[in-house]
Design a protein around this ligand. Structure first.
Ligand code: SAM
Length: 307
C-alpha cells in the first residue's frame, strides 16, 4: 500500500523538526574531511511545490517553514539551512518550493561524499530522479526500504548515516522499523541511524521508543520531540519525534540551541513543547524526557506527563 503522499505535509512543523535534526547530524559528519555516505531509505520526491497542488491545498507549510522563512538572526546551523532553502527558490525572496530530505542532503555533499536514496512509489521515484538528475554523487534505487536495509549495508564509505522516515500508514511499521534498524546495526556497527516517528493521538510512539531500545541493547539513543499547541488539523499528528542512534558528539547539546528558537516561532502560544531524552535499553521505565526551555541545555528537569 503506497497511498501516503508527502506532498500534503511538505514543509510542515514535523518536516522542519526532522530536517533540522538531520542537518545537525550532517554538520557533524562534515566536520572532518573523511568521506561520508547518507542512505535515505524513504526518500520521497525530493522537491515539493508549495504554491500549487497538495501543499497549497493543505497549507500545512505555512505553520512550518512559512513561520521561519523570514528569520534573520538565528544560530548558525539554522541560518545556513534557511540560506540553502532560499538559494533553491526561483525568486530568492519568495518561498515557493521546499526541499525534501534527499535534496537537502545533496546540498551538503562534497566531492568525496555520496547519497544513496530509496523510494518505492513510481511517481515519487520519477520526481526524485528529476530532482537529483545528473549528479554522480547521488545513487537512486526504486526498491523496498525493508529489503534495502539488508542489501545496502554496510555502505561504502563506512562513515555516515541512515535515515528512516516512513509514512506509518500501516500499524505493522511500528514493529518493522526497529527490525530494520537492528538489521542495519548488525551489518554496520559504526553508522549513525536516524528515525522519524509521529506523536499521534492514539499514542503508538512510546511502544516504538521501547522497541527501538530493546532492539539495541547497550546502545544509547537520543530522542528529540516537538509538540505544538495547534498541530495541523485532520492528520491526528500531535507532534514529531526523532531518534538518533550512535549520535555524533554533543548532538544532545547542539539540538536545543538550534531547535528552541524554532519551536518558539512555531508555537507562539507555547502550550506544546520541545523535549529531549538520552536513554539506554536497561534504563528502568520509559525514557526520562527533559523539557527544553532555553537554547542552553537546562539543568536536569524531568517531565513525566509528556506522553
Ligand atoms: C514521509 S515520506 C518521506 C519524506 C522524505 N524523507 C523527506 O523528508 O522529504 C515517506 C516516503 O516513503 C515511501 N515509501 C513507503 N513505503 C516504502 C517502502 N517500503 N520502501 C521505500 N519507500 C517507501 C513513500 O512513497 C513516501 O514517499
Amino acid at each position: 500500500m503506497l497511498s501516503y503522499q508527502h506532498e500534503y505535509h511538505a514543509g510542515n512543523f514535523a518536516d522542519v523538526h526532522k530536517h533540522l535534526v538531520l542537518w545537525c547530524v550532517l554538520d557533524a559528519l562534515l566536520a572532518r574531511a573523511k568521506p561520508f555516505v547518507a542512505v535515505d531509505l524513504f526518500a520521497g520526491s525530493g522537491q515539493y511545490p508549495l504554491d500549487r497542488g497538495p501543499a497549497a491545498r493543505s497549507g500545512e507549510w505555512r505553520d512550518g517553514i512559512g513561520r521561519l522563512w523570514s528569520l534573520n538572526r538565528a544560530p548558525e546551523p539554522l541560518r545556513v539551512w534557511l540560506d540553502v532553502i532560499r538559494s533553491l527558490q526561483a525568486e530568492p525572496a519568495r518561498l515557493k518550493t521546499y526541499p525534501g530530505s534527499p535534496a537537502l542532503i545533496r546540498q551538503r555533499l562534497r566531492e568525496q561524499d555520496r547519497l544513496v536514496a530509496c523510494e518505492l512509489h513510481p511517481g515519487a521515484f520519477a520526481a526524485l530522479q528529476e530532482t537529483l538528475r545528473a549528479d554522480s554523487r547521488c545513487h537512486l534505487h526504486q526498491r523496498d526500504a525493508r529489503e534495502a536495509a539488508r542489501a545496502l549495508f554496510p555502505p561504502e564509505p563506512r562513515r555516515g548515516l541512515a535515515l528512516l522516515d516512513p509514512a506509518y500508514e500501516r500499524v505493522q511499521e511500528y514493529g518493522e522499523i526497529p527490525e530494520m534498524t537492528r538489521e542495519i546495526r548488525r551489518r554496520w556497527n559504526t553508522g549513525i541511524i536516524v528515525v522519524w516517528y509521529p506523536l499521534l493521538e492514539e499514542g503508538r510512539h512510546p511502544q516504538l521508543r521501547d522497541t527501538l531500545l530493546s532492539r539495541h541493547p547497550g546502545e544509547e539513543i537520543l530522542f528529540s520531540e516537538m509538540r505544538l499547541s495547534e498541530p495541523p488539523r485532520g492528520s491526528g499528528l500531535q507532534g514529531s519525534g526523532m531518534a538518533v542512534l550512535n549520535m555524533p558528539w554533543q548532538l544532545d547539546r547542539k539540538l536545543p540551541e538550534v531547535l528552541f528558537p524554532v519551536w518558539e516561532r512555531l508555537d507562539p502560544e507555547r502550550h506544546g513543547g520541545l523535549f529531549q531524552a538520552l536513554a539506554l535499553e536497561n534504563t528502568v521505565g520509559r525514557p526520562q524526557f527533559q523539557r527544553i526551555d532555553s537554547q542552553v541545555t537546562p539543568a536536569r528537569k524531568d517531565v513525566t506527563d509528556h506522553d
